[in-house]
Write a protein that binds this ligand. Structure first.
Ligand SMILES: [Zn+2]
Length: 491
């Protein structure tokens, strides 16, 4: 065979191979992209296009967790971190990320010059392979961001601290066809939803920027033909409550939002009862691609946001630390909630009195200057701090200080249907200030830096949801209820 023909055939089959990883176009995708397919795609990705693939950790069952880095063409002014499939049975975000990478690799889509991109397409390979929510240790990873007890969540946090992106996006899916909806003859209206970090201790300017982003992308999403709304959770309108995302820190959105940047969660809507089950997967990926690209191409004033984030990360903590907050609604208010009628396939409006719009801060405490932890309780806390990258000082000689001890009255382990409060609520009280001797080996954790602010969110005894909802920390409570963390008040 002539050499030219051989060369032609080689090129022809190489192109063919490059395209055979996933169905093309993405709307044809009917099955989640498998771990093994993702692995071969990533292993063969064209590294001349500024892309590198590294293994950053291992799942509970020992599968690799991959990171893809797409370098900026020029100075990286806008750093974006997407991570997907913390829940193994929610594949659309990962599939969209892989299509995005393929499009960048093949030159079908161009990343703007100043944008630097980091992607973890599959956080939970154990769950993905078994088509289940949890990892190999049977843990829900998106409820593990306080303890960081799992290798997958530890990997995400380690990576985040190394990259310190301006934007983090956590990719999930929800069911549009829960039994409660089907019983009413409805499907949930949204094809895709998004919300941002919302803990009231975070910089209010950044919180506002996040909320604005959530609202402003609706223009682009409407153009792309997908029903888009701010992410709500809860039950069926009008009687069951609907509200926005929790202010708790144990999900990816808020735990990474605590680093002072923009942090979002996306939820695409799947029909869990569909047969075959993923016939709409291509559409979900399409919605994801449209939304993910708003973080990469949207002509927002990135420099202004990036500077605000830089300032926020360097700022002193706020004077008061909100410890009890919940979603409520200011006054009597009927909210139109859209649903899809199964009978007509049309959008219907249900007027709901139980849509909670307002984040209510019910109580705040003075932010202390620092926290102290006695030497005998140091071990579990130093483990926690290491996993979170939180800085602390270990006393080399004993120190006598006037501190505020706290007492744990109880932990309420049941969901509270009246106030819609989650299980694991810590009910605490402050005790009178006293002089206390902290022996050598005790821990001193100042609150002034970004690391310290994050520590306060984990350590503050009065926080309604903290570490004592977990047995490993609850067992550190002394017999009289005195908690192992002491506050050093600002004098
Ligand atoms: Zn999820």
């Amino acid at each position: 065979m002539p050499r030219m023909t051989l060369l032609f055939l080689f090129c022809f089959f190489s192109t063919l191979l490059a395209q055979t990883y996933f169905p093309d176009p993405h709307l044809e995708l009917k099955e989640p992209i498998k771990f093994s397919t993702m692995q071969s795609f990533l292993q063969h990705i064209d590294r001349t296009k500024g892309m590198t693939v590294t293994t950053e950790g291992q799942s509970a069952d020992g599968h690799p967790i991959y990171l893809v880095h797409v370098k900026a063409q020029k100075e990286p002014l806008w750093k974006v971190f997407f991570f997907a499939q913390q829940h193994g049975d929610e594949p659309a975000g990962k599939d969209a990320i892989l299509y995005l990478l393929r499009d960048i690799e093949q030159g079908q889509w161009v990343l703007p010059d100043h944008v630097e991109l980091w992607l973890v397409p599959m956080v939970n390979p154990d769950g993905a392979m078994a088509d289940k929510r949890r990892n190999g240790n049977d843990r829900d990873l998106n409820r593990d961001h306080i303890l960081l007890s799992q290798p997958e969540t530890q990997t995400i946090h380690r990576l985040f601290r190394r990259i310190m992106p301006h934007v983090a996006v956590d990719c999930h899916e929800f069911g549009r066809d829960s039994q409660d909806y089907l019983d009413r003859g409805w499907l949930e209206w949204p094809h895709i939803m998004m919300d941002c970090a919302n803990h009231p201790f975070f910089d209010s300017r950044i919180l506002e920027m996040g909320k604005e982003w959530v609202e402003r992308v609706s223009f682009y999403m409407n153009q792309s033909g997908h029903n888009y709304t701010r992410y709500t959770v809860g039950g069926v309108p009008p009687l069951q409550e609907q509200r926005y995302s929790t202010t708790e820190l144990n999900d990816g959105r808020n735990s990474l939002g605590a680093f002072g940047g923009l942090s979002f969660i996306i939820e695409s809507g799947r029909l869990r009862n569909a047969d075959p089950p993923n016939q709409d997967l291509g559409k979900r990926v399409d919605a994801y691609l449209a939304l993910l690209k708003t973080f990469l191409t949207w002509d927002a004033d990135w420099l202004k946001i990036a500077n605000a984030i830089k300032e926020s990360r360097a700022a002193a903590p706020m004077e008061f630390l909100p410890t009890n907050c919940f979603w409520g609604s200011h006054g009597y208010r009927l909210t139109p909630v859209r649903v899809i009628s199964l009978q007509t396939n049309d959008t219907e409006i249900v007027m709901s009195p139980n849509f909670m719009h307002d984040l209510v801060v019910k109580y705040s405490v003075p932010t202390p200057a620092a926290y102290y932890i006695p030497a005998e309780f140091a071990a579990p806390f130093t483990g926690l701090f290491d996993r979170h990258g939180i800085k602390f000082e270990r006393l080399t000689e004993s120190r006598n200080v006037r501190v505020e001890p706290c007492q744990l009255l109880r932990v309420e382990t049941e969901f509270d249907p009246v106030y819609q409060r989650y299980d694991g609520r810590q009910i605490t009280q402050y005790l009178p200030k006293e002089m206390h001797t902290f022996a050598k080996g005790s821990l001193y954790i100042p609150v002034k830096s970004l690391s310290g602010r994050r520590a306060a969110l984990l350590l503050e005894p009065a926080m309604m949801y903290g570490v004592y909802q977990y047995e490993d920390f609850r067992k550190l409570i002394q017999e009289d209820g005195v908690m192992p963390v002491y506050r050093l008040p600002v004098e």
